[in-house]
Ligand binder design. Structure first.
Ligand code: HEM
Ligand code: HEM
Length: 200
């Protein structure tokens, strides 16, 4: 059970509102950092390679970095999801309307689903294509035998998944800012780093 401590000098929002545990918050912000790197890397390598047709060391390094960070992100999400399923989350912010609770739960589980599906599709794609090499140092284990036609389809799904993830993150961040700036409730503060150790 988490350490429950309330500071009487702080406003009631701090002392009464349950927040995500420090561990859950650390996982959340590490996820944000990884995903923030994956999008520009994916777009830059795709542009250099597939659009400008430049297949030099820089393009290869961008691909390798995208692959290895994506696999590390997959490991992070698996650990994070296991922690979430075991420990749960704090009860919903009490002032939320029922539809807002439903929308936030759907978005959160949708984000978890996409964060698992995206790296798996990428890994499957490079297995089918035959491009599992990382910086010439090692190769990812294959998830399937080579098949160029199937690789094309999987990369198409990977690209579509990236678009979906981008939209879901946009809605999620927009909602967090709406709560903080317009509704001025405690939703964003539940997930901010450095807000104490309380968790329910
Ligand atoms: C959450 C994790 C990931 C995100 C957000 C992500 C995102 C992206 C994005 C935005 C693109 C460019 C798509 C386009 O513009 O059409 C891309 C392409 C690509 N990704 Fe990922 N990716 C992830 C994980 C992975 C992993 C783990 C691998 C491989 C191990 C991978 C391999 C690739 C490859 C090979 C391409 C180029 C596909 C092509 O040439 O058509 N990705 N990714
Ligand atoms: C890559 C971008 C992001 C991803 C993938 C992501 C993912 C998630 C997920 C999966 C949850 C659910 C946590 C759980 O209950 O287990 C969550 C919660 C949350 N996120 Fe994010 N997030 C991202 C960016 C952000 C940003 C930039 C902000 C702030 C501006 C933010 C604010 C929040 C807040 C406040 C919660 C808790 C909401 C609540 O209490 O109901 N997130 N996020």
């Amino acid at each position: 059970m988490a350490n429950i401590k309330s500071d009487p000098r702080k406003p009631s929002l701090d002392s009464d509102t349950p927040v995500y545990s420090p561990t859950a918050r650390r996982y959340h912000w590490w996820t944000v950092a990884f995903v923030a790197a994956m999008f520009p890397l994916g777009k830059a390598m795709d542009y250099r390679g597939n659009h400008l047709n430049i297949w030099d060391n820089t393009t290869n390094a961008l691909y390798s970095l995208h692959k290895i960070l994506g696999i590390l992100l997959l490991a992070l999400i698996i650990v994070r999801l296991a922690y979430r399923l075991k420990n749960g989350a704090p009860p919903d912010e009490p002032t939320l309307e029922p539809w807002q609770k439903l929308a936030s739960h759907l978005t959160h589980w949708g984000l978890y689903g996409l964060l698992i599906a995206m790296p798996l599709l990428g890994w499957l794609g490079v297995s089918l294509y035959g491009a599992r090499d990382i910086f010439g140092l090692f190769s990812l284990p294959p998830l399937a035998a080579q098949n160029q036609e199937a690789a094309k389809l999987v990369f198409m799904l990977h690209g579509a998944g990236a678009g979906l993830l981008f939209v879901a993150i946009g809605a999620h961040v927009g909602a967090a800012l709406y709560h903080h700036v317009i509704r001025k409730d405690g939703v964003l503060r539940r997930m901010l780093p450095g807000i104490g150790t309380r968790k329910s």
